[in-house]
Design a protein around this ligand. Structure first.
Ligand code: SAM
Length: 243
């Protein structure tokens, strides 16, 4: 099974770098899959049947029909990073908007990378990090941001950010006693949304530094979203009003 997986991954690499998969490689894959012909596992038997339909050509989408079941059988843990989107990016379209995002003490490099990716898609002009939030010096942030590149400035704490962004309204995103529903609140064009730590959220001190504190209304038992989900929803509310 590991041999099949290694072959599939090397074929995936070829697809992602736009190289052709050779007929001999397809045949090698078919030969290796022959062993699944009478497997007890229905999914593996299906892979053998499926392999018979490929002769001269196999596309990336087809290859995934093999890779994903094999990955599952092998209990491979895959994250977004492992299936990097390398094609179809808007290579020349870069619009910088008047929105800034502050990432305040974000612990997980994977969350930070995902947040940066969202920021780039939103056209955010600058990401400001405080405390222990990592930037592109972290390999995990770099990978999870999936090629998103934008200006990241580091600050010690939110007070430093506040002094830097004098012409901006700091809007803390948090579900707190005194927070306003974002859909019913006035937003400024020059806004810097502040996202808090995954576990603790924004501290009382940081909340006191914000010009406004806003929340997304929630309707379930839980009252908080994952940081990136929260940023996406609030970021697009800003986009809806100003772009
Ligand atoms: C998972 S939450 C932090 C935990 C949260 N304070 C709690 O214990 O319920 C992490 C961050 O995501 C953002 N966030 C999550 N849910 C939100 C919501 N409903 N409205 C606005 N921001 C939210 C906030 O910036 C928050 O600091």
């Amino acid at each position: 099974m590991n041999k099949i997986y290694a072959l599939l991954k090397s074929l995936e690499e070829k697809c992602l770098s736009n190289e052709d998969i050779l007929k001999e490689e397809i045949n090698l894959l078919k030969n290796l899959l022959l062993r699944f012909k009478s497997s007890e596992d229905r999914q593996l038997r299906h892979l053998y049947t499926l392999s018979k339909s490929f002769e001269n050509e196999i596309k990336y989408e087809d290859l995934l029909l093999f890779i994903i079941p094999v990955e599952r059988v092998l209990n491979k843990r895959v994250s977004d990073v492992d299936f990097g989107i390398k094609k179809k990016d808007n290579k020349n379209i870069i619009q910088q908007n008047d929105l800034k995002i502050v990432l305040d003490n974000i612990r997980s490099a994977f969350n930070t990378g995902a947040l940066i990716r969202t920021c780039e898609v939103l056209g955010v002009s600058e990401v400001l990090t405080t405390g222990y939030t990592q930037g592109f010096e972290s390999e995990h942030v770099l990978k999870t941001s999936m090629g998103a590149r934008l200006k990241i400035s580091k600050f010690r704490d939110l007070l430093e950010v506040k002094n830097e962004l004098k012409s901006y309204k700091l809007v803390g995103l948090e579900t707190s006693k005194h927070s306003e529903n974002i859909y019913k609140s006035k937003l400024n064009k020059n806004t810097a949304f502040v996202i808090g730590n995954e576990h603790f959220g924004l501290s009382d001190y940081d909340l006191s530094l914000c010009d406004h504190v806003m929340h997304l209304p929630t309707f379930g038992k839980k009252n908080s979203l994952n940081v990136n989900a929260a940023l996406s929803a609030c970021g697009y509310e800003w986009v809806r009003r100003f772009l």
